[in-house]
Structures are given as C-alpha cells and as structure tokens.
Ligand binder design. Structure first.
Ligand SMILES: Nc1nc2c(ncn2[C@@H]2O[C@H](COP(=O)(O)OP(=O)(O)OP(=O)(O)O)[C@@H](O)[C@H]2O)c(=O)[nH]1
Ligand SMILES: [Mg+2]
Length: 255
C-alpha cells in the first residue's frame, strides 16, 4: 500500500485532496472567521480520507474524530494528553469554536492518521460544531465524573449526535477526571449502565494521569481501520470487547 504524508498540525494546512478544512491546528478558530466547514456528502457514510502528499509523517489512511461533551469535562486536556503526553493544569481556558490536532498511529502495521477535532462545549458555539458532525468518522463523548450535570447532559448530547452525525459513526462514552477520587459524584457503575442502555463502549479516563487515554484513541483507530478495509484478512476487531479487556480501573495502577 502506498504511503501518504500528513502535514504537521501546527502551522500547516490540511491536505488539499481531503475533505478537511484548511486550518491551522494549533489555534482555536472563532466562528465566522471564514474557516470553511466540512464538505457535505450527499449520500452514504463518510469515507476515510486519502489526501495528497504534503510535508510531515507518512500514513496510509486518515479519519476524523470529534471530541464532544459539556464545557469543562476535559476534552482539550484529553487531546493534549494524547498528542503531547502532557497535562494542561492551572487556569481553565475554554475552547472557542473548534480546533484540531493530527496524530498518526501504527495500528497493526498500518499508519492511521487521526485528525482530532476539539469542539467547544459551551452552548453558544453549538451551531459551529453542528456543521462538523457530518464528516466525523468517530465521536468521543465525554462527561466529568466530578460533575453530575455533565453526566446528565449525555442524553441531550446523544440526541444531538443522532440528529447531526452519520448514523454509523463510531461512538464511545468516556467518564473523565477519575484521578479526582475525592470529588467523584458519578459512580463507575452509573457510567457503565448508561453506556449499556445505549449500546456504547465505555471507559473511565484521566487526562491528568493519562489513564486509558491512549487506549481510547487506539480503540477508535482500530475500529475505523477495520471498517475501512474491504476484505479484512485479520479477525474482526470488536470495539466493545477490546475496551472492556484493555481498560484499566481508576484505582488500578499508575498508567
Ligand atoms: N483532575 C483533573 N482535571 C482535569 C482533567 N481533565 C481536565 N481537567 C481540568 O478541567 C478543566 C477543563 O478542562 P478542558 O480540557 O479545558 O475542558 P474542555 O472540555 O475542553 O472545556 P471547553 O473547551 O469549554 O469545552 C481544566 O482546568 C483542566 O485542568 C482530568 O483528567 N483530571
Ligand atoms: Mg476545550
């Protein structure tokens, strides 16, 4: 299989031949600044991008993943932890509009590029994010285990996802901030119950310690890769089973 190249997320444009907006991946975009939205596809599910050559890392196939959930649940921190292996402690800077970062993963010998869209959880940016759902191949839906309201919002987020995303989008529920054991108000079992109700894979994560963060993105990449292969030679990848088997408990150990 021939290899494509991906531009670096900072200071580079997204590949021209893909449906990705040409955006600088390092800065939040403001609504109404002219950044083009994702191209609408008239029929069928979104296809993996096969962009043209640019500077940067090689990859075989690319997918778009969106992070959604209430403001403050830790979407930006989760992405920064995954991309840079760091935690954004200190003052909470709420995302404005939408932002993205790229990361190429090696999934069973194939280079899978994830373009990860970090959306603003604040209500006032909702119409901006709606435009991006349609092109998303996967969604990570987050709540904060120390914030009951963010857990209660999950149903509303699912309704929104149903309305705006592709019907076969890969979806995973994440309960973030499990490092904050003292402040926890949403039990693990409550998250599991909700996920079961909606048939979603579920994990608890911590952007602070890194617990299950790489795993969440790797699981998504594996599922998307498998789906994109016309005649997969490997045994069928099962997202639910993988997440259940590989996910660590909050009290388990240092990741
Ligand atoms: N203890 C702990 N704090 C976290 C974790 N993830 C994020 N935070 C903190 O929670 C606050 C909000 O994190 P963000 O990642 O900015 O939240 P967001 O979901 O991107 O919020 P919006 O951009 O407004 O939608 C920040 O102060 C972070 O430091 C985590 O896993 N553990
Ligand atoms: Mg944010």
């Amino acid at each position: 299989m021939s290899r494509k190249k991906t531009p670096k997320s900072k200071g580079a444009s997204a590949p021209a031949a893909s449906a990705l907006p040409a955006a600088n991946g390092s800065r939040p975009a403001r609504p109404g600044t002219g950044r083009p939205g994702p191209q609408a596809r008239p029929n069928g599910p979104p296809q993996p991008d096969r962009p043209s050559l640019g500077g940067g890392d090689f990859y075989d196939v690319a997918f778009k993943v969106m992070l959604v959930g209430d403001s403050g649940v830790g979407k930006t921190c989760l992405l920064v932890r995954f991309k840079d292996g760091a935690f954004l402690a200190g003052t909470f800077i709420s995302t404005v509009g939408i932002d993205f970062r790229n990361k190429v993963l090696d999934v069973d010998g194939m280079k899978v590029k994830l373009q990860i869209w970090d959306t603003a959880g604040q209500e006032r940016f909702r119409s901006v994010t709606h435009a991006y759902y349609r092109d998303a191949h996967a969604l990570l839906l987050l709540y904060d285990v120390t914030n009951k309201a963010s857990f209660d919002s999950i149903q509303a987020w699912l309704t929104e996802i149903q309305e705006y995303a592709q019907h076969n989008v890969v979806l995973m529920l994440l309960g973030n901030k499990v490092d904050s054991a003292q402040e926890r108000v949403v039990k693990r079992e409550d998250g599991e119950k909700l996920a079961k109700e909606y048939g979603l894979p579920f994990m608890e994560t911590s952007a602070k310690t890194g617990l299950n963060v790489d795993l969440a993105f790797t699981a998504i990449a594996k599922e998307l890769k498998q789906r994109s292969m016309k005649a997969p030679s490997e045994p069928r990848f099962r997202l639910h089973d993988y997440v259940k088997r590989e996910g660590r408990g909050a009290s388990c150990c240092t990741p």
